[in-house]
Design a binder for this molecule. Sequence first.
Ligand code: CP3
Length: 340
Amino acid sequence: MNDRFLRACRGQAVDRTPLWIMRQAGRYLPEYRELRERHGFAALYREPELAARVTLQPLDRFDLDAAILFSDILVPAEAMGFRVRFDPGPVLDAPVRSAADVDRIGDVDVEAEVPYVFDAIRLLRRELATRVPLIGFAASPFTLAVYLVEGGGSRRFEHVKALLFGEPETAHRLLDRLTEVTARYLEAQIRAGAQAVQLFDSWGGILGRNEYRELALPYARRVLERISGLGAPRIFFALDLAHALTDVGESGADVIGVDWRLPLDEAAQRLGRPHVLQGNLDPCVLYAPPERIREHVGRVLDSARALPGHVFNLGHGIHPDTPVASVEVLVEAVASASRR
Ligand code: CP3
């Protein structure tokens, strides 16, 4: 098996820098769009055979070093009994707005509620046996709380911030419950066969540094701690958190995923302690011509020279209108420019 992704996560020597791409299975691929004409997005991740097929699409096309389960960060919300639809972002029927709403969230048996996740993982491990490792994922408790309280995406995040600032006890109680569900969910993914996991803190960046330290980081830390010692590297993806990277450095993760806003060497300084880093090409570089893509890949690789390990990725998910030819250039550029 190609294990350079897992080796890099562990800080071990590699023949070249491994690469995977956030949202590597998705709408920029014609074969994905073709399947989507016949199936809704939710049907694709709820049906293990289809989820596995979509997961493998980018690997059949490009020489990537890891697969990531095709699913969504709102699946644990479904497991908790929330009704979620996609339009195209997630929309919840009945958001959490009060202490009574929080109290209705009970203990969740994730394996019983969303068995399709673990079935898809088992299926994929069989198909990937001699190819690349499989990454599982979840949202951080805070990021999940944002969706549960806002009921979907948001611009000002007024509902979740009203809860945090107005009823901190209720907010902490919600985060506490989501921490338990998220830890169980990732634990179950690893037991089903996920060889690494990524915790997406996609909305932590809406908080000021003090609030991040109080309401987001401690719960992410607890999740990461609960799944340590299971043999799967734990990646913590910190979006829009340049102002709180010193705190992110306390997460206890094995690998920190960073967005494109800081060069990797500067991100490493702010993290304070040595970490393997993942990232961080601006996804919009893929709109540029091949020579520019190669140049920016070179910059990212240069900024990673002194790190204990580097996993190449974009600084955020690939955009749906990205040319496939640009991804070919990216894959080739990372491989040739990083070969040792
Ligand atoms: O990375 C991968 O290839 C795995 C699949 C994956 C998806 N979503 C597929 C998806 C992963 C890891 C996610 C995580 C996710 N989902 C995040 C965290 C990542 C991040 O961007 O910070 C978030 C915030 C979500 C919530 C979500 N789901 C949104 C905001 C959207 C709309 C996205 C958009 O650009 O319109 C979705 C739907 C979704 N998730 C799609 C895909 C491929 C599009 C569905 C479709 O219409 O086909």
